[in-house]
Write a protein that binds this ligand. Structure first.
Ligand code: PMP
Length: 344
C-alpha cells in the first residue's frame, strides 16, 4: 500500500490555476489597479500547457487516442514544449514538424523532452510537400489513431481557455475585473478568456495585443485580410500573417499594436521592477498596457488584468542578451545598458 504522502500524481495536476499578482512598481504612476496573470507558473512555463492538456484529454474522451498513439504539431515554440511534456507523462509519441529557422537550442530542448523533431525547409511555400504544414498533415494521415493539434485552426484551443483561464480570472478578481489585456497569436487565450468573462459581465473591455507586421488589428477593424500589413518582425508568438480560425474577433473590443523594440525594453523593465522574469510577449502586453494608460482609458476604479504568457528563461539569447539587443539597434547610445557595454 502506498503511504499517505502529500504529492501530486504528475505535473498534469499543476497545469492552470496560475497566480494573479499585483503589479506594484511598473504601474505606480498609473490610475487604477493592475494585476498580472503569470502563466510561467504552469509546469511547462507557459499558457500553452493548458491547450496541450485540454486537446489531448478531449481526444482521449472521444476515444481517438490509445496508449502509444501519436500527437503531431508544427511548432518549435511553447506549444511544442507543452505537447512534448504532456505526451511523455501520458505515454504518447510526440512528433513536431518545425521550420529550419528554429534555433538549435529549441530543437535540442524538444528532443530532450522526448519529441521526434522533423526539421523542414523554411524557404518553401506552405503548400509545398516539404513544408512543415504538409509534413505534419501527411504524417497525420499516414499514422493511424494520431491527432494533429493544429492550434491556429482548432476550436478546442479557445475552449481550453474558456474552461480554465476565464473562470480563474473571474474568481481571482471576485468579478471586479474591468479590462483584460492579452496578446493574440492563435487567439485562443484572448478569445476563450473573453468569451467566458463577457458571459459574466458584457461590460468588461477586452484589448488584444498585436505586432506591427501582423494582420490581426486591421482584420478586426475591416474584416478583410490585408497582405500589405505583413512584414517581418521579431516577437515570436504575437500576431500572424494569416487569419487564425482559433480567434473569435467578435469578443475582442479593440487591438493595439506594439513595436519589437518597446516590447523588448518593457520585458526587461518588468524583470527589473517587479522581479518577474517574463518572456518577450509579456513585455508586449505590458507595453500595450502603457500605451492604453497614456490614452487615458483607465481611472481609479479600473481593475486591469494583463496576461504574461511565458517565462524569460526561453529568451536568454534574445531579449535578455545585451549583444542581441545591441545588434537589433535597440540600445540608444545614451542608455544605461549601452554605457555598461562600452565601459566594462
Ligand atoms: N505569447 C507567447 C510566447 C506565445 O507563444 C503565444 C502563442 N503563440 C502567445 C503569446 C499568444 O497566445 P495565443 O496563441 O493563445 O493567442
Amino acid at each position: 500500500m502506498e503511504p499517505k504522502i502529500n504529492a501530486y500524481n504528475s505535473l498534469l495536476e499543476l497545469i492552470g490555476n496560475t497566480p494573479l499578482i499585483k503589479l506594484n512598481k511598473i504601474t505606480s504612476s498609473f490610475e487604477g489597479n493592475f494585476y498580472a496573470k503569470f502563466e510561467a507558473f504552469n509546469p511547462g512555463h507557459s499558457s500553452k500547457d493548458r491547450i496541450a492538456a485540454y486537446i489531448i484529454e478531449e481526444a482521449e474522451r472521444k476515444g481517438i487516442l490509445k496508449e502509444g498513439s501519436t500527437i503531431i504539431e508544427t511548432t518549435s515554440g511553447n506549444t511544442g514544449f507543452s505537447i512534448a511534456m504532456v505526451s511523455i507523462i501520458k505515454g504518447y509519441e510526440c512528433i513536431l514538424a518545425v521550420s529550419s529557422k528554429s534555433s538549435q537550442d529549441k530543437i535540442d530542448m524538444l528532443r530532450a523532452m522526448g519529441a521526434k523533431v522533423y526539421v523542414c525547409p523554411a524557404h518553401v511555400s506552405a503548400d509545398d510537400p516539404r513544408s512543415y504544414y504538409q509534413v505534419a498533415k501527411r504524417l497525420h494521415e499516414e499514422t493511424k489513431g494520431s491527432i494533429y493539434i493544429n492550434q491556429y485552426f482548432n476550436e478546442l484551443n479557445m475552449e481550453a481557455h474558456y474552461n480554465s483561464t476565464g473562470p480563474e480570472i473571474w474568481e481571482q478578481t471576485n468579478g471586479n475585473i474591468t479590462h483584460l489585456v492579452a496578446c493574440s497569436g492563435t487567439g485562443g487565450t484572448i478569445s476563450g478568456t473573453s468569451k467566458y468573462l463577457k458571459e459574466q459581465n458584457p461590460g468588461i473591455k477586452i484589448i488584444g495585443v498585436d505586432a506591427f507586421g501582423s494582420v490581426l488589428k486591421k482584420y478586426h477593424e475591416t474584416r478583410e485580410f490585408d497582405a500589405e500589413e505583413i512584414y517581418p518582425y521579431r516577437i515570436e508568438g504575437l500576431g500572424k500573417n494569416l487569419i487564425p480560425g482559433a480567434t473569435d474577433f467578435d469578443v475582442i473590443d479593440e487591438f493595439i499594436k506594439v513595436t519589437d523594440e518597446e516590447s523588448a525594453h518593457t520585458a526587461r523593465e518588468i524583470a527589473k521592477s517587479e522581479g518577474m522574469f517574463v518572456g518577450y510577449t509579456s513585455g508586449a502586453a505590458m507595453q500595450a498596457l502603457k500605451q492604453l494608460n497614456a490614452e487615458g482609458i483607465f481611472d481609479k476604479n479600473s481593475n486591469v488584468v494583463v496576461i504574461f504568457p511565458d517565462h524569460g528563461s526561453r529568451y536568454m539569447s534574445k531579449v535578455y542578451s545585451d549583444d542581441w539587443m545591441n545588434n537589433q539597434g535597440f540600445f540608444d547610445a545614451k542608455t544605461e545598458e549601452a554605457q555598461k557595454i562600452e565601459f566594462v
